[in-house]
Design a protein around this ligand. Sequence first.
Ligand code: NOJ
Length: 743
Amino acid sequence: MKKIIILFFAVVSLCGCCRRSEAERFADDLMSRMTLREKLGQMSQFVTTTGDVTGPEGEPMDINSLIRAGEVGSILNVKTPEEIEALQRLAVDSSRLGIPILFGHDIIHGCKVLFPINLASSCSWNVEAVKESARLAAAEAAAMGVAWTFSPMCDVSADPRWGRVSEGSGEDPYLGAKLSAAMVEGYQGKDLADSSTILACVKHFAAYGAPEAGRDYNTVDMSERMFRDRYLPPYVAALKAGAATAMTSFNDYEAIPASGNRWLLKELLRDELGFEGFVVSDYRAITEMIAHGVAADDKEAAALALKAWLDMEMVSGSYLNHAEALIEEGVISEKDIDRMCRNILVAKYNLGLFEDPFRYGGAERFAKAIYKKETRDFARKVAQESMVLLKNEGSVLPLDSGEKIALIGPFVSSSRSMLGSWTAFRDYDSTAVIKEGFDSRFPGRVTVAEGCTPFEDINGGIAQAVRAARNADVAVLTLGYPGELSGEATSMASVELPECQKKLLAAVKATGKPVVVLLTTGRPMALESVIDDMDALLVVWHPGTEGGHAIADVVSGDVSPSGHLTMCFPRCDGQIPIRYNHKNTGRPLKRAHPNPEKPWAKYYKSCYLNTPNTPLYPFGYGLSYTSFEFDSLTVVNPQVAMGEDVVIKARVRNVGDRDGATVAQLYIRDLVASTTRPVRELKGFERIELKSGESAELEFVLTAEDMAFCREDMKFAQEPGDFKVWVGQDSDATLEAQFTVLP
Ligand code: NOJ
């Protein structure tokens, strides 16, 4: 039988345009030799007892016996290239048909070399850099035998209580779409059969970024219109970029859990969006439909997922255990099984696994592929570009040469806080912590004091920190959250600075020394109550393997900060969720009042009585060591017909005395439409580097698709009308113009 597979390869043509049908023919031929159980095996993914644990554990299973029986299509979370090779060898040599296993892992922001967490990279607004990071991550992963990553996470979210915001691209669907597509292109390259490219996975389908109250796995309830307008675009962009796989989400949508939601998985994903790859469930998400209360047992859960066209089950094994009975009972047909199994075999074929099951991986290849200088250098560059300078009173940053530095706080020597979540292949020894970066950039000038742990006082810690600050010219405080507080299952009811850190900050501020805060975090934090104690605030996120060096590059002024926020930083917890692209409402705060001096004038508006509506720092915001000015905003064709592009020009100048980069952003507002529209929507951006005194002409082309939205008739299309447009360097940009789309 194995010979037949090889022979098939010898006779088929490799013409690119007929690759899918060629792959399908191969799959059909193979399936004609497969038993039903073997097909169900292909539709089953398991984790080994030695693998990384990324979900609730179950009974240990004998994976080797399952492999020999040909009942394992995919394995996730294997830790070493040696183990991957051994498991593949078992599958190829000992199962009846020798069908290779597809190994998957969460390569979310790097493999051995870790890039900044995804939320951080999104703040670079550098689409090419995000794509290149994915390419480099894929090259390392592929070299260990992992041919499938569960990335990109396309979930839009405006809720920093939800820890998984660290894995996404922030609150904006337009930016999220560009970056999600770039990641798919980076992972998959031009040819999946290239042994350094891997399958991407669009997740979590769908709307996982909007759990009630920011609590992970919680109910998601929103209108279909809101879903299509605000949440769907990044998934669509990643699918259009050719993502080969997709993953269901844990949440329910319209009261039906995503893994059993036929509307999501069949009607929307397949029929409407034309997805042809395969869908995997999230970890035990099929059998978790029992807890959701839509299935009585594993068998019913399997039936729901199979009827919804969910091709592969992650971990819980209900397909293998129950699908045969479901076919016998007529609940599903073997034709359904063939369709799903085919989707999986096609992906394996496209990866070239049938040609050579060992083309990915191998311990020797892995050793050569990891920690390449080009990968580390690139991770350092992305980390530099992702840091966001939010405050810089009196130009405390960059530090003056020769200044004595007190480096204080719980994260000074913490490698975990450099890396963040999803770091299965991390090496703490190869991670540059902040102290290391400072010691090598500012030799002999740094005194260290821990001050407190992330959440607790240290006996005498504050006194020691205060002494260090008094003896220095500047105090640099590392504050925020540890790396393990971002990612899955890390929801927080408050995103304020922990009390012990507030006390430390206040005590150091009281010394009168300038205070620079380096904020390590995987999510926006609510900092209004402490912002006055900070002279400078640089958000460094969890910046990855090269984090310590990249931070020193920025703090020293070797590199000017250029990151811009992709999620608002709220003033306080009560403002959450908070987004720049909110609706105006019928009673907006800025509504003119006939008697503004009257005491009741402040009532009957959509606002809080005890805090402003605005965030502390808005979406798109970020300072530099130089400054930029925007002018000459012109709409080249201010009256266009439906379907025509609108061309908008502006000029940006570096008016400061240093070189630097900014992110030019274009926002629009559709003034009157058939459905309520956001007060602003990002529709264009360009990261631009300018030398001191230099200027550049910007040109944005707004397409009909950019102006489309989910109309009253539920069509995603354009409407005629008047639009406002703004260009600037954050979502509060004031340079304004207008244009009209004629009926
Ligand atoms: C659960 C997470 O939700 C998902 O993002 C991840 O890919 C899988 N576990 C596998 O680890």
